[in-house]
Design a protein. Structure first.
Length: 45
């Protein structure tokens, strides 16, 4: 049985998961993390 949190991660992008093609561009990764962190309450704005 797969843990529900792991299942959410593996099922694709969502409001809390964003997949990147590569992790080599730290600036893009940090920008995405910042954008997701700014909307932790789920306002969608």
């Amino acid at each position: 049985m797969i843990d529900p949190l792991l299942d959410d991660l593996l099922s694709g992008e969502s409001s809390r998961v964003e997949w990147k093609e590569t992790g080599t561009d730290a600036k893009k990764v940090l920008r995405a993390v910042s954008a997701l962190a700014n909307d932790l309450e789920g306002s969608g704005k």
